[in-house]
Write a protein that binds this ligand. Structure first.
Ligand SMILES: NC(=O)c1ccc[n+]([C@@H]2O[C@H](COP(=O)([O-])OP(=O)(O)OC[C@H]3O[C@@H](n4cnc5c(N)ncnc54)[C@H](OP(=O)(O)O)[C@@H]3O)[C@@H](O)[C@H]2O)c1
Length: 335
């Protein structure tokens, strides 16, 4: 067969660096759709996976990339949905997004809301599904609750701020610069705390009139445990979903958590079953995607910057240096 039709370009990791290479093109297997990728977006997990610290789960592509947008270019056997070749889609992936084609179970594919570009769509799946999951499947946030969101200008953070507002709850963020605080406030944060200059728990307790945050979305872990427990309301839910600030903690963590009757909840998305992810995608499609469908929508994908495949290393360095506000896109094919 024509080599053009069986191979594709992908970003492959060799000795900790990414290079554009020809690799075999995946095929849509049972229940899968093949997507011709227009764009993918970076996630912190990509940086770890590139360094060999976060391997792809068994059965997933070794190529980096947890999300992609593009057009349907193949429909595998046994696919149940009414998908049309050429239609614009975005998908949550277990891996493989940094490539011209990716095969994905149909349950993890979503139609792109009509007024969004494929570049904007690439900014949605992983971080918005993560934020939706943390708020509604894990923390079960309720109207008028205060939600403290660490890394409030990150990909997940900017999605979480908007989703907290959509749930009629109150987002409070921490970030490391005035510029990031300003941005978080523009998209809905009621209060921004600069963790480099201000005392997080003091500000949270002041804002909540001594009650504390009902929910904390925490991707920092380690060195934040004491600030978290001091900021948490009695009976509050502290959701740990990342450990950017370290994996260990010493001190009276359990005693202090017990005194607050705090709930410590932990969550990872990538290692979940297909059925769980399918339910999450369905819930997001029904409850959140309709709010992207008009030009005056209260929700918007937040794009920090866009890079070509050849400049993907530069894109990773940008994220590694904590420079991004929202998502970093890698353009793969023509949108
Ligand atoms: N559990 C899951 O299912 C799941 C899924 C997706 C992502 N995640 C996690 O969610 C987190 C955010 O991911 P993302 O892709 O949205 O990140 P991102 O856009 O790269 O943003 C991360 C931001 O976190 C802040 N930060 C980094 N190290 C920090 C530290 N030690 N202390 C305080 N703040 C720090 C920096 O902003 P400042 O300038 O404000 O410091 C940085 O820009 C990551 O930990 C990622 O692993 C988890």
């Amino acid at each position: 067969m024509d080599k053009e039709k069986t191979s594709m370009l992908a970003l492959c990791v060799e000795a900790g660096k990414m290079n554009v290479k020809h690799v075999p093109r995946p095929e849509a297997k049972d229940g899968q759709l093949l997507i011709k990728v227009a764009a993918t977006a970076l996630n912190r997990a990509d940086l770890l996976q590139k360094r060999g610290l976060y391997p792809a789960p068994p059965g997933e592509s070794e190529i980096l990339g947890l999300e992609a947008s593009g057009v349907i270019s193949g429909v595998g056997p046994g696919v149940k949905g009414n998908w049309t070749l050429g239609s614009k889609v975005m998908a949550l992936l277990g891996g493989g997004g940094y490539a011209e084609y990716v095969a994905v179970p149909e349950e993890l594919v979503m139609e792109v809301p009509s007024h969004l570009s494929l570049y904007e769509a690439a900014a949605l799946p992983e971080t918005w599904l993560t934020a939706h999951q943390l708020l509604h499947f894990i923390a079960k946030v309720r109207p008028n609750e205060t939600v403290l969101i660490h890394a409030g200008a990150s990909g997940v953070g900017t999605a979480a701020v908007q989703l907290v507002r959509l749930s009629h709850a109150i987002p409070v963020v921490t970030t490391g610069s005035p510029e990031k605080i300003r941005f978080a406030e523009q998209i809905g944060a009621a209060l921004g705390i600069n963790y480099k200059e201000e005392d997080i728990s003091e500000k949270v307790l002041q804002f909540t009139k001594g009650k504390g945050a009902d929910v904390i979305l925490d991707c920092i872990g380690g060195n934040y445990w004491e600030k978290n427990i001091s900021s948490l309301a009695v009976d509050g839910r502290w959701v740990l979903y990342g450990t950017m600030g370290g994996k260990t903690s010493d001190g009276d963590l359990l005693g202090k958590l017990l005194r607050k009757r705090g709930h410590l909840l932990c969550s990872l998305l990538r290692s979940r079953s297909l059925q769980y992810k399918a339910e999450l995608v369905q819930s997001f499609t029904q409850q959140v995607l309709p709010h992207f469908k008009s030009t005056d929508s209260p929700l918007r994908p937040v794009i920090d910057s866009m890079f070509s495949m050849e400049d993907a290393e530069e894109a990773h360095q940008h994220m590694e240096a904590n420079k991004n506000i929202g998502k970093i896109i890698i353009k793969i094919g023509k949108p």
